[in-house]
Design a protein around this ligand. Structure first.
Ligand SMILES: Nc1ncnc2c1ncn2[C@@H]1O[C@H](COP(=O)(O)OP(=O)(O)OP(=O)(O)O)[C@@H](O)[C@H]1O
Length: 189
């Protein structure tokens, strides 16, 4: 059994890593979906209340609340396969919760790229932060995510992939990691 969590700043390549997993028929549990479901449970539109509900969940049930709610979904996904990818980890507290739940079976992958590289890719993706995030710049998004504990989470990673080369090279790295395991990408640690 392998539960592989991904962490990384905006535009680092987390969605691309999740896409590689899906291509391999590895289920991806997205923590954002947990928040969207909580919005619907409260009769709120996820499009406008996502941030507010994420904050409320943490205030009501503690900083690991979203990780906690992801656990049954991850366990259910593990009934169908040996490996699950968890996308959307934001903090060290969440990493600790997953380590507590899955022990050695939990692996943390940090995806890293310099801010200027991420900025360029996000512009190309058409999700320019200045438009999509209500005027918030990538610098501000980075700062906000680091404020949640993203930096501490990244520091806890079992391995790091530097996503500074081509998309194809990144896909290959992630595919190797998912299919062959840590030893195959040991050089990246
Ligand atoms: N190595 C690469 N070369 C070229 N483009 C890339 C590379 N890696 C990712 N991209 C592109 O950069 C953009 C950002 O990547 P992605 O959406 O995976 O980031 P993310 O970490 O999920 O970001 P966010 O947290 O903002 O959702 C995407 O358009 C993706 O296709």
């Amino acid at each position: 059994m392998r539960v592989i969590g991904t962490v990384g700043l905006p535009g680092s390549g987390k969605s691309e890593a999740a896409a590689v997993a899906r291509d391999l028929d590895i289920p991806v549990v997205t923590m954002g979906d947990v928040i969207r479901q909580a919005c619907r449970d409260r009769g709120l539109d996820p499009a406008t209340h996502h941030g507010e509900v994420a904050k409320a969940l943490r205030e009501e049930n503690g900083p690991a609340a979203i990780a906690e709610r992801s656990l049954p979904i991850i366990r259910e996904a593990l009934e169908d396969g040996d490996t699950v990818v968890v996308d959307g980890i934001r903090s060290d507290v969440e990493v600790e919760r997953f380590r507590e739940a899955f022990g050695e079976d939990f692996e943390l992958l940090s995806i890293e790229a310099p801010q200027e590289v991420r900025a360029e890719r996000l512009d190309l993706r058409g999700r320019d932060a200045s438009v999509e995030e209500g005027g918030e710049s990538l610098e501000d998004r980075d700062e906000r995510e680091l404020g949640f504990g993203m930096g501490e989470a990244m520091a806890m990673a079992d391995y790091t992939i530097a996503n500074t080369d081509s998309l194809e090279a990144f896909h290959d790295r992630v595919r190797t990691l998912l299919t062959e395991g840590l030893a195959a990408v040991e050089g990246d640690r």
